[in-house]
Design a protein around this ligand. Structure first.
Ligand SMILES: [Zn+2]
Length: 296
């Protein structure tokens, strides 16, 4: 295990324990989550060594890397994905209406978002470290997918997207700096991550499925992610909801807490989460839109 000596966002050296969550998906192991006393970021600490992390992704149920509908939850997820693909593309086209249409999707998984954008006139580029997912994405899109951001030598992009990816990267500060360098001036950076201030996170506590330890190394909220990107000269221009995540996360959380998905209970909890969030902004997952801050 790797015990971090500094906050992965701000390098502060003191934090407080928050809770311990279980890896329900792969290992059954417990992991502590702590809160930085300076920037407020929650992070998994200690966490597996970098070389051991891929083993925590080896699951038949790790559905963002799977194409075969099996369980009810998988099918629901795929139905949601169909609607979500369109919603995601509309977000980038609304906030990046300029003529440049080069897109980099970081952590593109099996490439469905890339394919959807390709079919709608975008010049697509993808990065995916997981080999099998990368090969599926290459087959789906007919393009070469990068294995690492470091493999992208000189190119810059109009739009860069990370859909539920930033919470997985081993080098948080280094990744944000790379994104800053890969984005064209006035380009758009889109970062979607779970929000631990959501209603259903409080309700489910340590059983909240979006803790997803140890795959999720960081657990963001609006304050901590804003501070992180501000230190890398990225200006937050909008925060948008992902409406369906509260339902999916509630189903999984009930499964983890009780062994049953409790369909009606999950539907009510997911709906309550969205209703509270209309007032306080704390949706289950949030999409943050950043631009390079203008240099004086
Ligand atoms: Zn910090």
């Amino acid at each position: 295990m790797l015990s971090l000596k500094q906050c992965p966002a701000c390098q502060h050296e003191t934090w407080q324990p928050v809770l311990t969550a279980r890896d329900h998906l792969v290992s059954g192991e417990n992991f502590a989550i702590v809160k930085c006393e300076n920037c407020g970021l929650l992070f998994t600490n200690p966490r597996p060594q970098d070389d051991d992390l891929p083993g925590y992704y080896e699951s038949d149920e790790y559905i963002s890397h799977s194409n075969q509908a099996q369980t009810f939850t998988d099918r629901l997820y795929k139905l949601a994905r169909y609607f979500t693909l369109r919603q995601k593309r509309r977000i980038i086209e609304k906030y990046h209406p300029d003529s440049g249409k080069t897109l980099l999707d970081v952590g593109c998984g099996t490439g469905h978002f890339l394919q959807h954008c390709q079919n709608n006139g975008w010049q697509i580029n993808g990065m995916e470290p997981h080999k099998q997912a990368r090969q599926k994405a290459e087959a789906l899109t007919g393009t070469t997918i990068y294995a690492s951001l470091s493999d992208i030598a000189t190119q810059t992009f109009n739009v860069i997207t990370l859909w539920h990816v930033l919470e997985h990267v081993t080098d948080l500060r280094g990744t944000v700096q790379q994104l800053h360098e890969l984005l064209q001036p006035n380009g758009l950076l889109v970062v979607a991550v779970p929000n631990h201030q959501a209603y259903e996170a409080t309700k489910f506590g340590s059983h909240w499925a979006a803790w997803d330890v140890p795959r999720h190394l960081y657990h963001f909220d609006r304050q901590s992610i804003g501070k992180l990107f501000a230190t890398h000269k990225m200006e937050l221009i909008a925060t948008l909801p992902m409406w369906l995540d509260s339902y999916y996360i509630s189903l999984l959380s009930n499964q983890y807490a009780t062994g049953s998905k409790k369909l009606i209970n999950s539907f009510i909890t997911g709906s309550l989460s969205n209703i509270y969030a209309i007032k306080n902004g704390n949706f289950s997952s949030l999409v943050y839109l950043f631009r390079q801050a203008a240099t004086p």
